[in-house]
Structure formats: C-alpha cells, structure tokens
Design a protein around this ligand. Structure first.
Ligand code: FE2
Ligand code: FE2
Length: 256
C-alpha cells in the first residue's frame, strides 16, 4: 500500500477548511432542538472524543510499521477535529459535553477485547453509517452552521472510507477476495451498525425531515458502492503487482 499517498492526502485535506458560521441565527427549535442536542452530545464523545485512537489490545503489532503509524496518527487527528467541531456545535445549541455514554463504552470495550483486525473493521462500519447520518443532517438541516460542520466532516469521512478501501485492496488474499459471502456479511454488518446508530439518533434526524427508509436505503447504497470499489481497487492493485513482478523478472533475465 502506498502510505506516502495517504500522508499527502491527509496533509492536503488539512488545508482550506472554512470554519462553520457559528454566529449565524439558529434555525432549529423546540423538540427537534432538544433531540439534536442529545444526538450531537453523543457524537461529540463518539466521533473523536474519548480515546480517539486504535485501542485494541494488540494494536502495537499493527502500528509497528512507522509508515502505517503515521497514517493512523493523521486519521485520528481528523477524528479529534470532528469532536472539536461537534463541541462548538453543541455550545451553539446550548448543550454540555458528556463524558460517557453506554453505547460508546460498550463499543470501546468490544474494540479493546477483539483485537485490531476487528477494530479496523468495526471503525469502517461506523464511518460508513456515521457518514450517512451527517449526510442526512446536511440535507435536511436548515441551520447554516450545522451544514458547514457536516460539509467538513463528510469530506473527512469520505477520505477515511477511501483509506479503508485501499487498505483492504492491499491486504486482499486468496483467488477470489471480497466475493458474495464477504459482500453479504459486509452489508449485514453495515445494517447492524446503522441500527445501533438509529436507536439513539433517529429522533434528531427525523425531526429535521429525514425518514427511516432514506436512512436504510442510503446505508444499502453506500455499502454497495464500497463493495464495488474495493473489488475494482483489488483487481487493479493485483495487476500492478503482477506487472512489477514481470518487469523485475525480465530485468533479472537481462542482467543474468
Ligand atoms: Fe469522524
Ligand atoms: Fe472517520
């Protein structure tokens, strides 16, 4: 995997980030304001709050390669920025930051216990469904600052999902990686992760105008897009590896 490319991606993405207009008139009121405040409180903790790093018991093995560690550091730096943005949004809504929530504590415990491979997979699922949440807030929310915040986070999360795709394409093993069974399990995990999110955040999104059907339809579509692209990138990176092997064999032949 070309880690240098990802370092460049994160460095470029850190530039030209227009701060949301926190002083714009607030366009959320009543029950929806309450629900949105509770939802943003939980996201402020879960999206870049808390430990904001890989926490699996065996993470050191994965991070022992300095190139991987550099990219992971940059990835989580963006996650911490999400927590900062969500904290400013929370102040605007009149809410206070929370230090713990049962769903986040459970998520962290499972990540610690089940190891770094599971953790990366779980974080990918969370990023896909969180991105759907932010896209729906962006689409239905009338509030200028909420939209500005979502624009930045969606831009970052789209990059994080692309990073996972490149990682999976580079790690692909076997004759038919990411086949039908894998794709079915991937969609199932995305739907389960989405349902866990929806239990706590449905009120806010529906209050703004989103629907259940739209939420699940978008998860299904985004998971499908991920599956198609990871297959394409896997085939592409295999072809490149094959070509490199042929070229070095030819060069070896010429030298020998
Ligand atoms: Fe995030
Ligand atoms: Fe992310």
């Amino acid at each position: 995997m070309n880690y240098q490319k990802w370092v460049r991606h994160f460095e470029n993405n850190g530039r030209h980030r227009p701060e949301p207009d926190w002083q714009a008139p607030l366009e959320v009121t009543g029950g929806t304001l309450e629900k949105l405040t509770r939802s943003i409180q939980q996201f402020q903790l879960g999206d870049g709050g808390g430990p904001a790093y890989l926490i699996a018991w065996n993470r050191e093995r994965y991070l022992s390669d300095p190139a991987i560690k550099r990219v992971v550091d940059l990835w989580f730096k963006e996650e911490r920025e999400h927590s900062r943005l969500l904290g400013d949004m929370l102040k605007r809504l009149g809410g206070e930051e929370i230090q713990e929530h049962w769903s986040f504590s459970l998520f962290c415990a499972v990540r610690k216990f089940l190891g770094v491979r599971f953790e990366l997979q779980a974080l990918l699922g969370t990023e896909i469904v969180s991105n759907v949440y932010y896209k729906m807030l962006r689409k239905h929310g009338e509030d200028a600052a909420l939209r500005g915040m979502c624009d930045l986070i969606i831009r970052d999360e789209t990059g994080h999902i692309a990073f996972h795709r490149a990682r999976l394409a580079a790690e692909a093993a076997g004759a038919r990686p990411y086949g039908l069974l894998w794709a079915g399990m991937f969609r199932l995990r995305a739907l389960v992760a989405g349902t866990v999110l929806w239990v706590n955040h449905r009120g806010a999104v529906v209050g703004l105008g989103g629907t259940d059907a739209e939420f699940y339809r978008t998860i299904w579509r985004d998971a499908g897009t991920f599956i198609r692209q990871v297959r394409k990138e896997t085939a592409w990176s295999r072809n490149i590896r094959r070509m490199r092997r042929r070229i070095s064999a030819r060069i070896g032949g010429l030298c020998g």
